[in-house]
Design a protein around this ligand. Structure first.
Ligand SMILES: NC(=O)c1ccc[n+]([C@@H]2O[C@H](COP(=O)([O-])OP(=O)(O)OC[C@H]3O[C@@H](n4cnc5c(N)ncnc54)[C@H](O)[C@@H]3O)[C@@H](O)[C@H]2O)c1
Length: 289
């Protein structure tokens, strides 16, 4: 009689590894956490779990981290979680200290937390510009800065930052978001040079539009469909499909598609890939260099 395996061989790829993911409460961050856990890693996640009243797109809410943590634990892996704002260096460094106390190392760091809003540059609320830059760019810096000394000491590590298709070109109403995500790519390239000698790779993933709460909300439905009184998610998808920017027949990709790229970059198969960006967006990248 053969027993049913609970895990395949590939599922043990990250056995013994410790992965830290910012913005792990929901969306892509949760998806990365669960996939890494399913492949053997123990997980540390942080999230802000709090809404900035001056930002129009809802961020995560209390309970999100707990949900991810329970799902990780259901896969038989350990999960350390904390409410921490990636803009807050003291909080982030404090959480990294906790990870080290709990797990003793950090092998993989995914700087994923991010926010967006939308306004033309001549009407951009300064607060929104500052919040987007501080979260999406400085937050990635803070994450790299917190984990890099540990990885240098270990003489190994994988850092993966979430940039965006919006980090490769300009988009209407998104100059602040464009600036933050172009900045992430620059940060990744410079960091890859500084950290390469310590056997640490630093790369970026550039998602196009992904089916997560950052875009599945009322603000985004109205942004894409200002002419409609009650726009739906399907109206957003129709706009994307008719916009001509994504050659493959897909409006929004599922977060698992980005997770596949993150796991590849974290894996041995990518050990000499560093300073690179991987675009995942149904061919969105084909129209820019
Ligand atoms: N969904 C898309 O279409 C898309 C496309 C390109 C890039 N991205 C990027 O992907 C990343 C993940 O986004 P997502 O699609 O999972 O959206 P999401 O909103 O579902 O997840 C983002 C998570 O980050 C958290 N977060 C926000 N600000 C934070 C802060 N200051 N400190 C800690 N956590 C914070 C949120 O609470 C949320 O849980 C972001 O960097 C985003 O900019 C998303």
């Amino acid at each position: 009689m053969t027993s049913t395996p609970t895990r395949s061989q590939a599922d043990d790829e990250f056995e013994g590894k410790i992965a830290f993911i910012t913005g792990g409460g929901r969306g892509q961050g949760r998806c990365h956490a669960l996939a890494l856990a399913a492949a053997g890693a123990d997980i540390a996640i942080c999230d802000i779990e709090e809404q900035d009243p001056e930002m129009p797109v809802p961020t995560g809410a209390p309970g999100d981290l707990d949900t991810t943590r329970r799902q990780v634990e259901a896969l038989g892996r350990r999960c350390l979680s904390a409410v921490a704002d990636v803009r807050d260096r003291v909080a982030l460094n404090g959480f990294v200290d906790s990870i080290m106390r709990e797990f003793g190392r950090i092998d993989i760091a995914v700087a994923n937390a991010g926010i967006y809003s939308a306004a033309p540059i001549h009407q951009m609320p300064d607060h929104q510009f500052d919040a987007v830059l501080q979260t999406n760019l400085t937050g990635v810096y803070n994450t790299i800065r917190a984990v890099a000394p540990i990885m240098v000491e270990q003489r190994s590590g994988r850092i993966i930052a979430t940039a965006s298709g919006a980090g490769r070109l300009g988009l209407p109403n998104l100059a602040h978001y464009n600036a933050s995500k172009w900045g992430v790519i620059g940060l990744v390239k410079g960091s890859a040079i500084d950290l390469g000698r310590y056997n640490i790779s630093v790369n970026a993933v550039c998602p196009a539009t992904i089916d997560t709460p950052i875009v599945r909300n009322e603000f985004t439905r109205r942004l894409y469909n200002p002419e409609l009184e009650n726009p739906t998610d399907a109206d957003v998808d129709r706009k994307i499909l008719s916009g001509g920017k994504v050659p493959m027949p897909v409006a929004m990709l599922q977060p698992e598609e980005i997770t596949n790229a993150v796991l590849f970059l974290a894996s041995d198969r990518a050990k000499y890939i560093s300073g690179s960006t991987i675009d995942v967006g149904g061919g969105y990248a084909a129209s820019h260099t």
